[in-house]
Write a protein of this length. Structure first.
Length: 266
């Protein structure tokens, strides 16, 4: 289904329309009488040329959703990136069922299979998806990693895990990975160290869960404080008026993501 949506969106892109319309106008203006075979060959050339141009223009982007989410949550971001002529791989992984180390290895295997011939791979992640990228780059780094944008990442953990992690309901909802996202200086996320790739972090300062926000000190998005989204080595950082569950659908976030992928800055 994702492949169908990817190609459908590419066909709708303005670059393809512009080229094909130009091709049509040229034929009409010079009024060439062509056989059906030649017409079909020219049409095929138009489609192949424009698809190839679009697919190679801006590179490959891997999308990684967050905890208790699926790739469906990243569809708005996927559509926006397809419109910008990126190849997009919107990856699913069982976030609630395995520890982060195993999730990261499984995701890395998927990425390797999907991008084995690609020179550069960019990432856009939501929440724990960013922690997977950091884990991959620490344990089995991708040599061709490009720019990365993390949306609301718990880069220094979340106080919610510290306060609620011992509850059986928390464990049932979030699985083993959830309890690895605490703020303990010796805990999992704070042991990952600085990043060594081009990273932009976007986080929100709006919450739809006031109980969570009471637990979290300072400004937050309902899950992660704006300060704990930061990580040493990041290249740029931006706070927008968005909530944790919906930041990846926020228009300002989408615009900033595309800007960073293209320029390395917000």
């Amino acid at each position: 289904m994702n492949n169908y949506r990817s190609y459908y969106s590419l066909i709708q892109s303005s670059r393809i329309y512009a080229f094909c319309e130009t091709y049509t106008l040229i034929l009409l203006s010079i009024q060439i009488k062509l056989t059906n075979v030649i017409r079909r060959l020219l049409t095929l050339f138009c489609i192949v040329f424009t698809l190839t141009t679009s697919l190679t223009a801006d590179g490959v982007v891997v999308l990684l959703h967050g905890l208790i989410r699926t790739s469906d949550s990243m569809e708005a971001m996927e559509d926006a990136l397809l419109e910008e002529a990126y190849i997009v791989h919107n990856i699913d992984y069982p976030s609630r069922h395995l520890p982060i180390e195993q999730l990261a290895q499984d995701v890395r295997n998927q990425i390797a299979a999907l991008t084995e011939s690609d020179d550069t791979i960019h990432f856009v992640t939501h929440s724990m998806g960013g922690i997977l990228v950091r884990t991959i780059q620490k344990e089995t780094p991708l040599e061709n990693i490009g720019r990365v944008v993390m949306l609301s990442p718990p880069n220094q953990g979340s106080e919610l895990v510290d306060s609620l992690g011992d509850l059986s309901l928390f464990d049932w909802l979030n699985g083993p990975a959830g309890n690895q996202l605490g703020t303990d200086p010796d805990g999992f996320v704070n042991s990952l160290g600085p990043v060594d790739f081009e990273l932009g972090v976007i986080t929100g300062d709006r919450s739809i869960n006031w109980i969570n926000s009471i637990i979290i000190p300072g400004k937050d998005d309902g899950k992660v404080s704006t300060e704990r989204a930061k990580v040493e080595g990041m290249q740029d950082y931006k706070v927008i008026h968005a909530t944790h569950p919906y930041i990846m659908k926020n228009d300002q976030a989408v615009t900033a993501v595309i800007q960073f992928l293209k320029s390395g800055a917000f």
